[in-house]
Ligand binder design. Sequence first.
Ligand code: NI
Ligand code: MN
Length: 227
Amino acid sequence: MSIKVTWFGHSFFTIESSKVRIAIDPFIEGNKLCPISAGDIEADYICITHGHADHVGSCVEIAKRCGSVVISNPEICEWLANKGAKKNHSMQIGGSYLFQWGKLKMTMALHSSPMPDGSYGGNPMGMIFEIDGKKIYHAGDTGLFGDMKLIGEEKIDLALLPIGDNYTMGSDDALKAIAMIKPSKVIPMHFNTFDVIKQNPVHWIKEINESKLSQAIQLSPGESITL
Ligand code: NI
Ligand code: MN
């Protein structure tokens, strides 16, 4: 059974297996790289890493239409429920839960997490998905932290790492992150969406692939890989 992972610019990915369709941080309106509209997404679950508008995105619109279950921290789940995304499953950093489609574990992220209206949005998170024997780490928005070594012990098949700098780690720190996480494959995210996070990842991709630390893959928005 294969898993399809698709990037839509910024930190917005979908993961599809034979059992589930998951959307992560569905930033669509305002995401100039995103080639689709909110109405194109079919999601059973929507995972939100933190409260910033460029991650909450079109969550409510998609959840209302698809009846999706939102997975996030309790504060974000409650805020989204008040906006009409009623079905949710709240989790906290360090917690994991076995869903009928696989396991999800919440990890730390060094960032902030207010909601788009300034309400308290709890702690920002990264997420490790274990689906059909494959592990995918979505780092959320984060700076580099030494406990990424512990994530490395999880044997990650695919890491989705921010490289945009300014709001998250940049490409140099993302290289240090890869040395700790040791993912089989890595895809860069959270860059080129805004002027302050402009990056050309070509050199970064080349450096990783030459170092053999991991296999780095640059997707075009809307493009997928299969695990
Ligand atoms: Ni953020
Ligand atoms: Mn962000």
